[in-house]
Design a protein around this ligand. Structure first.
Ligand code: NAD
Ligand code: DAU
Length: 356
C-alpha cells in the first residue's frame, strides 16, 4: 500500500504542474501535503498558484525555490518534509528552445532526473510504500506516418534534443527500478492544452496573436498532426497511476483527438471571431506559413487502452469544451499574461524570432 502523504511535486510552477497541484487539492480528496520544488525558470510562475498558496499554504502546501540538479538541496527536501512520493514534472519542455540551446535540456532533464532518483533511493532505502512517478512524453517514440499509434511497447526513437533528453531520463528511471528496486511508474502523454500554458506553445501563441492582431505562425505546410488532451484529463491520469499504477510500468495517456495544425489554427480563428463578433476571415487572413521547425515530427497519436482498461481512466473534456474554457481563461486573465510577457519569455522570443 502506498503511503501518499507528503508529495514532492517538481516543476509545480509550470503549466501542467500548477494545474496538477490545483487538481489534487480541489478534486481528489487528498488529505496530505504537497511540496513544490521549482527553479522558476522563464516558464515557471509562482503566481499561477497564488490561490493555492492562500488556501493551503504552510499547513498543506509549501513552495521551495531551487534546482532539481542541486544534490544537497534535493536531499534536504526529502529529509525536511519526509517525502514518500515524487511526481516529477520539472523539465525544459519546449522543442524549439531545445533546437536553439540544447545544453539546459540535458542538464535539467537528464542530470536533474538522475539527482532526484538518487536522492529518493538513498532516502527511501529499500522501502516499498513509496513511489517515484516520472512525467514523460509521447515524443520519445518518434514520428508516425499517416497510420498507426504509439503503444507502451513501441521502441524509443527520439528525434529532437528535447525528446532525446526525455527518453534518456525515462531509461534512467527504469534502470533505478530494475537495478535498485526503486518503486517507479512513468506516464507518456500527448500534447496538453489549457489554462496557464506558457505562450510559446501552439494554442496560446495563436490565441495571444489573435488578441494582439499579429500574424499566426504555422510551421511548414501546417499538416503536422498532434493528439490534444485537456490538462485536467492528464492530471486525472497521473493521479490514477500514482494511486493504482503497477510498479515498474509505463502508461500512455492521450486525447484520442488528432488535429492537423492548420485545421486547429483555423478552428481557433473561428472561435475567436465568434467571441469578438467578427468575420472569421479577419483572423484567418493573419495565418502566415513560416519556415519549418528542423526535424519537425510529422504525426503523434497515442493508444491509451492500457490505462483505460487497467485503471478505468478516460478523458472527460471534449476538444470543443476544452478550447472554449482555455480561450475564456486567457481572455479573463490579462494580468497573468502581461506579467508573463514582461519577463524572460519576451526577451527570448524577440532575440530568436523578432516581434512576431
Ligand atoms: P513548463 O515548461 O510549463 O514547466 C516546467 C517547470 O519546470 C517550470 O515551472 C520550470 O520553472 C521548472 N523547472 C525547469 N527546470 C527546472 C530545474 N532545473 N529545477 C527545478 N524546476 C525546474 O512544462 P509543462 O508543459 O508543464 O511540462 C511539464 C512536464 O510534462 C515536462 O516534464 C514535460 O516534458 C512533460 N510533458 C508536457 C507535455 C505538454 O504538452 N506540455 C506533454 C507531455 C509531457
Ligand atoms: O507531444 C507532447 C509534447 O507536446 C510535449 O512533450 C512538449 O513538452 C510540448 O511542448 C509539446 O510539443 P510540440 O512540439 O508538439 O508542441 P508545440 O505547441 O510547440 O507545437 C505543436 C505543433 O504546432 C507542432 O507541430 C509545431 C507547430 N507549431 C508550433 C508553434 C509554437 C506551429 O506551427 N507554430 C508555432 O508557432
Amino acid at each position: 500500500m502506498r503511503k501518499l502523504e507528503n508529495i514532492l511535486v517538481t516543476g509545480g510552477a509550470g503549466f501542467i504542474g500548477s494545474n496538477f497541484i490545483r487538481y489534487v487539492f480541489k478534486n481528489t480528496g487528498f488529505k496530505g501535503k504537497i511540496i513544490n520544488l521549482d527553479k522558476l525558470t522563464y516558464a515557471g510562475n509562482a503566481e499561477s498558484l497564488s490561490d493555492i498558496n492562500s488556501e493551503f499554504g504552510d499547513e498543506r502546501y509549501s513552495f521551495v525555490h531551487g534546482d532539481i540538479c542541486d544534490k544537497d538541496l534535493v536531499s534536504r527536501v526529502f529529509i525536511d518534509y519526509n517525502i514518500d512520493t515524487v511526481i516529477h514534472f520539472a523539465a525544459e519542455s519546449h522543442v524549439d528552445r531545445s533546437i536553439h540551446g540544447p545544453a539546459e535540456f540535458m542538464n535539467t532533464n537528464i542530470i536533474g532526473t538522475f539527482t532526484l532518483l538518487d536522492a529518493a533511493k538513498n532516502f527511501w532505502n529499500g522501502r516499498s510504500d513509496v513511489l517515484f512517478h516520472h512525467i514523460s512524453t509521447d515524443e520519445v517514440y518518434g514520428s508516425l506516418g499517416d497510420s498507426g499509434y504509439f503503444f507502451e511497447t513501441t521502441p524509443y526513437d527520439p528525434r529532437s534534443p528535447y525528446s532525446a533528453s526525455k527518453a534518456s531520463s525515462d531509461h534512467i528511471v527504469m534502470a533505478y527500478n530494475h537495478t535498485y528496486g526503486l518503486p517507479v511508474t512513468i506516464t507518456n502523454c500527448s500534447n496538453n492544452y489549457g489554462p496557464y500554458q506558457f505562450p510559446e506553445k501552439l494554442i496560446p501563441v495563436i490565441i495571444f496573436n489573435i488578441m494582439d492582431n499579429k500574424t499566426l505562425p504555422v510551421y511548414g505546410d501546417g499538416k503536422n498532426i498532434r493528439d490534444w488532451l485537456f490538462v485536467d484529463d492528464h492530471n486525472s491520469a497521473v493521479w490514477a497511476v500514482v494511486n493504482n499504477g503497477r510498479n515498474g510500468e509505463t502508461y500512455n495517456v492521450g486525447g484520442e483527438n488528432e488535429w492537423e495544425n492548420i485545421k486547429l489554427v483555423t478552428a481557433l480563428c473561428e472561435k475567436m471571431a465568434l467571441i469578438k463578433g467578427k468575420d472569421k476571415n479577419n483572423f484567418e487572413s493573419l495565418i502566415n506559413y513560416v519556415k519549418d521547425r528542423p526535424g519537425h515530427d510529422r504525426r503523434y497519436a497515442i493508444n491509451c487502452d492500457k490505462i483505460k482498461l487497467e485503471l478505468g481512466w478516460k478523458q472527460t473534456v471534449s476538444f470543443d469544451q476544452g478550447l472554449d474554457l482555455t480561450i475564456d481563461w486567457y481572455l479573463k486573465n490579462t494580468q497573468w499574461i502581461s506579467n508573463i510577457r514582461s519577463g524572460e519569455y519576451k526577451k527570448w522570443i524577440e532575440k530568436n524570432y523578432g516581434s512576431r
